[in-house]
Design a protein around this ligand. Structure first.
Ligand SMILES: [Fe+2]
Ligand SMILES: [Fe+2]
Length: 172
């Protein structure tokens, strides 16, 4: 049987691993946001920005739990930001990131459960729901891009021009 101290140590380790993955996702999605915005793809620019903000809120929840367990919050991204500018490659990366996060959090929820830390377990389960929703949102956009090809991107640019022409700001 694991002791209380061992159980806390393991949870803190898993929560910090999650923070590292979330930080990487925030950096990568903001990078995607800047480039989609620059290329005039407002729908995707907005989706990446909103998702990055949600991942940042995940970091907050994870950090609060670490501090409650009297651990230290390690703010290190798990990976360097990749310089990917092609929309199809961006969506492919985002879908994979979300799928992997959901999988990791499912495994870590089980580990916390085995270590008798039900609050960290519930937190990971809550995050799985968000990551699966993110996965679905990126997957839908990937399908649209496959179905409509360049027209999909052209429509987003036209939409921006229409908004600007009507005197409104670009949608983000
Ligand atoms: Fe997340
Ligand atoms: Fe996510």
């Amino acid at each position: 049987m694991t002791t209380l101290a061992e159980s806390k140590k393991k949870s803190i380790e898993l929560l910090n691993k999650a923070i590292a993955d979330e930080l990487y996702a925030v950096h990568q999605y903001m990078y995607f946001h800047f480039h989609c915005d620059d290329q005039g793809y407002d729908l995707l620019a907005g989706l990446f920005r909103r998702t990055a903000i949600e991942e940042m809120m995940h970091i907050e929840l994870l950090a609060e739990r670490i501090l409650f367990l009297k651990g230290e919050v390690e703010m290190k991204a798990s990976e360097e930001t990749k310089k990917v500018n092609d929309v199809k490659a961006m969506l492919k990366m985002a879908v994979k990131l979300e799928e992997e996060s959901a999988h990791s959090y499912n495994l870590w929820a089980n580990e916390c459960s085995k270590n008798a830390d039900s609050v960290s377990k519930s937190l990971f389960e809550q995050l799985v729901q968000d990551e699966e929703r993110h996965f679905d949102q990126f997957d839908v956009e990937m399908d649209n891009l496959k179905k409509f090809g360049d027209n999909y991107l052209a429509l987003q640019s036209i939409e921006r021009s229409k908004n600007i022409g009507a005197g409104g700001p670009p949608q983000a």
